[in-house]
Design a protein around this ligand. Structure first.
Ligand code: NAD
Ligand code: UFG
Length: 323
């Protein structure tokens, strides 16, 4: 199919674009480059530099490239920043998403895979989290994703738009050609590796008083290539129906465990400072991914934290200053 990847110049989008090509699809990227990098788009893939809120440009892109389906990944996505700058988040993510979905309806594009997030669950009652769990976001970022999931359900019922909503847990690791480069970087894995490389600052552990075994927050880290492959399967599923899936490895690691694993993988000491909790952060987020495994046959290939860190470390060493 001819697939438009919004946010395809970003960390996950650049890997999804590569996996779509590897599966035999054609791809075009639409990205405002607000956090993405031109250099991350594979050679031969068109980059349309535009904002999803610019409906005219999105419609032109859908028409010019005869797009048949969309993977919608364009968003700003820092939980902490969304708490202090909610206005920016609702505008970029909600207005951008609605503008894109409306352009799709106008141009007769009826299938979308949407990047949602574990942040829609907020503080979960039970772990691992199943898709049927209550959705009560604790951050504006989570609100924006839940709102768009709901809009997609309504658009499905009213207009027949078919959507696969993928609730990612923590994407980490690198593709051999594409890795993580956010400026400023806020994600734990790249920060830990920059600290190991000596180009970053010591790691501040955000909160050591969580109700977890070692007092630090627990997350489910999923290799970005496994995450990207799930999009190819989800896109196929939208030929028939709409669906919602968690995407995680099913195993949780605490902040301290990630730092210790990074010390083993890199063979270096990683300096650590203990700090207060970061606003909007739940204590534990671990996925049950049994639904997507059972229904789409998706199985993550890299399911341990050291393999994930190893791929990210290889990329970080080749790109010490990012793209
Ligand atoms: P990223 O910042 O690297 O990529 C996002 C891309 O979207 C960037 O290239 C940015 O320039 C582009 N973009 C943002 N707003 C735009 C707009 N209005 N119009 C056009 N382009 C725009 O982030 P990422 O980590 O690759 O995340 C990709 C998606 O996955 C996001 O939707 C994010 O919310 C979601 N997600 C990420 C994680 C994670 O662990 N990284 C977890 C859950 C969900
Ligand atoms: N952390 C630190 N120190 C740091 C950075 C992070 O202790 O310098 C901690 C955080 O508090 C959190 C864990 O490491 O407990 C992971 O933090 P990240 O910033 O790497 O990732 P988040 O869990 O905040 O968020 C990511 C994505 C969101 C997504 C979420 C789903 O950025 O889009 O995973 O689990 F919603």
């Amino acid at each position: 199919m001819r697939v438009l990847v919004t946010g395809g110049a970003g960390y996950i989008g650049s890997v999804v674009t590569r996996e779509l090509l590897a599966a035999g699809h054609e791809a075009v990227v639409l990205d405002s480059l607000v956090t993405g990098h031109r250099e991350s788009v594979p050679v031969g893939v068109a980059l349309v530099e535009a904002d999803t809120r610019d409906g005219a440009s999105v419609r032109r892109c859908l028409r010019d490239h005869r797009v048949e389906a969309v993977v919608h990944m364009a968003a700003i996505s820092q939980v902490g920043t969304s708490v202090t700058q909610p206005r920016e988040y609702y505008d970029n993510n909600v207005r951008g998403g609605l503008s894109l979905f409306d352009a799709m309806l106008d141009e007769g594009v009826g299938r979308v895979v949407f990047s949602s997030t574990a942040a829609v669950y907020g503080e979960p009652e039970r772990v691992p989290i199943e898709e049927s769990a209550a959705t009560r976001p604790t951050s504006p970022y989570g609100d924006t994703k839940l709102f768009l999931e709901t809009a997609l359900q309504r658009y499905g019922a009213a207009y027949g738009l078919r959507a696969a909503c993928l609730r990612y847990f923590n994407a980490a690791g690198a593709h051999p050609e594409a890795g993580e480069d956010h400026r400023p970087e806020t994600h734990l894995v790249p920060l830990v590796l920059q600290a190991a490389l000596g180009t970053g600052r010591p790691i501040t552990i955000f909160g050591t008083d969580y109700p977890t075994a070692d007092g630090t927050a627990v997350r489910d880290y999923l290799h970005v290539v496994d995450l990207a492959r799930a999009h190819v399967r989800a896109l196929d599923a939208t030929a028939e129906r709409s669906c919602t899936y968690n995407l995680g490895s099913g195993t949780g690691f605490s902040v301290r465990q990630v730092v210790q694993a990074a010390c083993r993988v890199t063979g270096r000491d990683i300096p650590v400072i203990e700090g207060p909790r970061r606003a909007g952060d739940p204590a534990v987020l671990v996925a049950s991914s049994s639904r997507i495994r059972a229904e789409l046959g998706w199985v993550p290939r890299h399911d341990d934290i050291e393999a994930i860190l190893d791929s990210a470390w290889a990329w970080t060493q080749r790109h010490p200053r990012g793209y």
